[in-house]
Design a binder for this molecule. Structure first.
Ligand code: PLP
Length: 369
């Protein structure tokens, strides 16, 4: 089946630039040979620049969930007490992952669409000194909220000296996340978001404190054992056969990102995020996130207007306008729809979405303003 040209505006996978598609079609190489050594060393060095870290960074052949699982199983043991911060579907999933491996997760839940309250985090850590690690989702893709990770990290690391495990799947490489500056211990992200390449790779950084925890962490692990990743990277390899095509794409993507400049990328996302939000609000639509300071610059969640069928709206945008939006997730499945604006995205892409929405909204019973 031929896929027609679409304006793919899901919050990942994102469109892949043509030159990266081309780079990915290069011939296979021996992943135990000299060309791979050069490739893996180059992407690792460049990833460190995007992560803004001197910590170790590894490329895993897995989607983002693999890197999140790696963060957990490499630092924790069954029965460890963990504070899980959640204000959406991905916050919940991070907690579920830790629970699946036997951690005792204390869930601190916040309203979906609102921010995590750092004072609540401080209170929880004060109440339960046994907590070993805190799980936090930097950008909650299911609600379009970027949490105040800088303040949360200041509390978790600066005041309580706990391990900080960060889901940065839909933020890293798009919005500022200085891993060293904020002292984040393990930070996980994925290829199909800010990195403009297909799904299939994830990236994880691990700090000195993370390695210390790893020495005694007893959760079962094999494929995602970061000690194996460290040992093999020392010889210019990965423990298991890597997704070479995606790595070719990653090499070019990272070059493009560093050429654009990491601060310029953050500015571009901030500008496009703001442009998207004001465009939908001008149409008379309502944003799920009411706090502009915490509104995500990678994904915008919009309330489905009263009387409108959200699934029909998303369906007509796809069939009549070739604009692919995302619906809601979990308990917000029917209540919102989402526009992704991360990675390979321009203002023109968003203008196209807004124009299409203006045409489609009246067809589902809403008169756009
Ligand atoms: N965490 C967040 C914040 C996400 O947005 C996603 C995917 O959308 C995931 C985790 C899961 O990543 P993956 O689907 O790459 O496994």
């Amino acid at each position: 089946m031929e896929i027609p040209r679409q304006n793919l505006r899901t919050p990942g996978p994102t469109p892949v630039p043509e030159d990266i598609v081309e780079a990915m079609s290069q011939p296979m190489i021996n992943h135990r040979g000299p060309e791979f050594l050069e490739l893996v060393n180059e992407v690792t060095e460049k990833l460190k620049q995007v992560f803004m870290t001197q910590n170790d960074v590894y490329v895993l052949t897995a989607s983002g969930t693999g890197a999140l699982e790696a963060a957990i199983v490499n630092t924790l043991s069954q029965g460890d007490q963990v504070l899980g911060l959640s204000a959406g579907a991905f916050g919940d999933r991070f907690c579920d992952t830790a629970e699946a491996y036997g951690a005792e997760v204390r869930r601190l839940e916040f309203e979906w669409g609102g921010p995590i309250d750092p004072d609540g985090v401080r209170d929880a850590l004060r109440e339960t000194p046994e907590i070993k690690a805190v799980l936090v989702t930097h950008n909650e893709t299911s609600t379009g909220v970027t949490h105040d990770l800088e303040t949360i990290a200041g509390i978790v690391k600066g005041e309580f000296h706990k391990l900080l495990l960060v889901d940065a799947v839909s933020s890293l490489g798009c919005v500022a996340l200085p891993v060293d500056g904020w002292k984040c211990d393990l930070v996980a992200t994925a290829s199909q978001k800010g990195f403009m390449i297909p799904p299939g790779l994830s990236f994880i950084s691990i700090s000195h404190d993370g390695w210390e925890a790893q020495k005694t962490a007893a959760m079962p692990r094999f494929y995602f054992d970061l000690a194996a990743a460290r040992e093999y990277l020392g010889t210019g390899q990965t423990p298991w056969t890597p997704n070479l095509s995606a790595l070719y794409g990653l090499r070019l993507a990272l070059t493009k990102m560093l050429d654009e400049g990491i601060e310029n990328i953050f500015d571009r996302h901030a500008g496009i995020g703001q442009f998207t939000r004001s465009g939908v609000v001008e149409m008379g639509l309502e944003l799920l996130c009411r706090d502009e300071r915490r509104a995500s610059n990678t994904v915008t969640a919009i309330r489905v207007p009263a009387g409108v069928d959200g699934a029909k709206l998303v369906g007509l945008m796809r069939t009549e306008e070739q604009v692919v939006l995302a619906g809601g997730q979990g308990k917000l499945a029917r209540d919102i729809f989402r526009i992704g604006h991360l990675g390979h995205v321009t203002r023109e892409d968003i203008i196209e979405v807004l124009e299409a929405l203006k045409r489609v909204l009246p067809k589902v019973g809403f008169s756009a303003g």
